[in-house]
Design a protein around this ligand. Structure first.
Ligand SMILES: *[C@@H]1O[C@H](CO)[C@@H](O)[C@H](O)[C@H]1NC(C)=O
Ligand SMILES: *[C@@H]1O[C@H](CO)[C@@H](O)[C@H](O)[C@H]1NC(C)=O
Ligand SMILES: *[C@@H]1O[C@H](CO)[C@@H](O)[C@H](O)[C@H]1NC(C)=O
Ligand SMILES: *[C@@H]1O[C@H](CO)[C@@H](O)[C@H](O)[C@H]1NC(C)=O
Length: 368
């Protein structure tokens, strides 16, 4: 997760006062080793676990969160299931600077700057039981947030659950217990609702057509190699190149290097300009943004070598007025050198399958 409404991953890197969360070795509960066929007992496959997700709306429909439970008896903890990180971290009572306790703030539509020292978390390591659905992992390691900068108080959730491409934490435990090593995300606009994370399964009723898979080229991250970016059906020399793109369910906007962001905006409107007060962000007078065509096609290759597109429709271009200048609307693409990344603005248009066992990402148009 990074940028926009909440910053996780890079916020850690950005601050010296932060204890960088490194995934710790996790003590997995041992399970009995099957002893040949003598007993006739086989480990039963667990059924997939559905976690309902709520849309952090604020007019943008770009971030979703749901509950896991921690402790004995289990207490619900609301988290963003974040494919861009790998650990569990959340605010507890210890956090004196954390004001949010599930409080919803729906009156703000602006999007925060990409990454800076306004987003700093201080964390400490802890160990306790973690429950998802009706399965409990005892003695899991995670991080509790002991201090955070005020920007995080906007978030209606308490933390994030990392869902990186090497199963860790609760997910490693579930896989060890026999759950298939994949999860699926059905991220829907607020008006549609019923968003869901399905751990260990794929819900064929939630998408149209067939899933198309592409190789995960990330290690730890989820990443796929695009062969080309097109905007409004056109490409350019800067955009017609292979590019590794990270898929991050915890990030709202999309991030591309400055040259790519500029090349994309050149195909949308010359009136979209960097917004000086927030480095990396771009904007345009709100009076000019309505109806601007801005269809973004990201071309990937499936496992048979056939190209397919993931498409971000024009309706995603406007991410709302800047707080500091409400007559200027922020546009979807942020410039960020060293990282090319897409998030909620793509994922909400596709049912997505994050297949750890086969190290591939699957997509099909959402079925609503
Ligand atoms: C999370 O748990 C809280 C408290 O039990 C509940 O009020 C809330 O509706 C749950 N949220 C979701 C998205 O399930
Ligand atoms: C968990 O819930 C599922 C679905 O409700 C059920 O099939 C399964 O038996 C439950 N598992 C346990 C360990 O209670
Ligand atoms: C819990 O895990 C820690 C290491 O993370 C280990 O030192 C401790 O013995 C474990 N406790 C139990 C009860 O398994
Ligand atoms: C992907 O989008 C580009 C640009 O709109 C288009 O030229 C191309 O035909 C599309 N490819 C597929 C496989 O749909």
């Amino acid at each position: 997760m990074l940028s926009a409404i909440a910053v996780g991953l890079l916020a850690f890197a950005a601050s010296e006062t932060v204890a960088t969360p490194q995934p710790q070795p996790i003590a997995l509960q041992s399970r009995p080793t099957p002893k040949g066929h003598a007993t006739g007992i086989r480990r039963r496959a667990l059924s997939a676990i559905g976690v309902p997700l709520e849309d952090f709306f604020l007019g943008t429909d770009l971030q979703w969160f749901g509950n896991i439970s921690v402790g004995t008896p289990p207490q619900d903890v609301s988290v963003v299931f974040d494919t861009g990180s790998s650990s569990l971290e959340f605010a507890t009572d210890e956090c004196t600077s954390c004001t949010q306790t599930g409080k919803f703030l729906r009156n703000r539509r602006g999007v925060d700057p990409v990454v800076n020292n306004d987003y700093v978390l201080t964390v400490k390591q802890a160990t306790d039981s973690v429950t998802v659905g009706n399965i409990t992992a005892k003695n899991l390691s995670f991080f509790t947030i002991t201090k955070q900068t005020p920007k995080f108080n906007l978030d209606p959730f308490l933390g994030i659950q990392g869902m990186g491409s090497s199963a860790e934490g609760i997910f490693a435990f579930l896989v060890n217990q026999g759950l298939p090593s994949l999860f699926s995300m059905f991220l829907t606009p607020n008006a549609v609702g019923n968003a869901e994370l399905l751990i260990g399964g794929i819900d064929n009723t939630k998408f149209k057509g067939n899933l198309v898979y592409t190789e995960n080229t990330g290690s730890g991250d989820w990443e796929a190699t695009a062969s080309r970016i097109s905007v409004n059906g056109k490409t350019s020399s800067v955009l017609n190149k292979r590019l590794n793109i990270v898929f991050d369910s915890g990030t709202s906007n999309i991030l591309f290097s400055t040259s790519i962001a500029n090349a994309m905006y050149a195909l949308i409107s010359p009136n979209i300009k960097p917004f000086a007060a927030e480095p990396g962000a771009y904007g345009i007078p709100c009076s000019q943004i309505g109806g601007l065509p801005a269809v973004i096609d990201l071309t990937f290759t499936d496992l048979n070598g056939t190209p397919f597109n993931l498409t971000i429709p024009s309706s995603e271009l406007n991410v709302g007025p800047f707080d500091s200048d409400p007559s200027t609307c922020q546009t979807l693409i942020n410039a960020f050198d060293g990282l090319d990344l897409v998030g909620g603005s793509v994922l909400k248009h596709y049912y997505s399958v994050w297949d750890i066992g086969n190290q591939r990402l699957g997509f099909a148009p959402n079925g609503f």
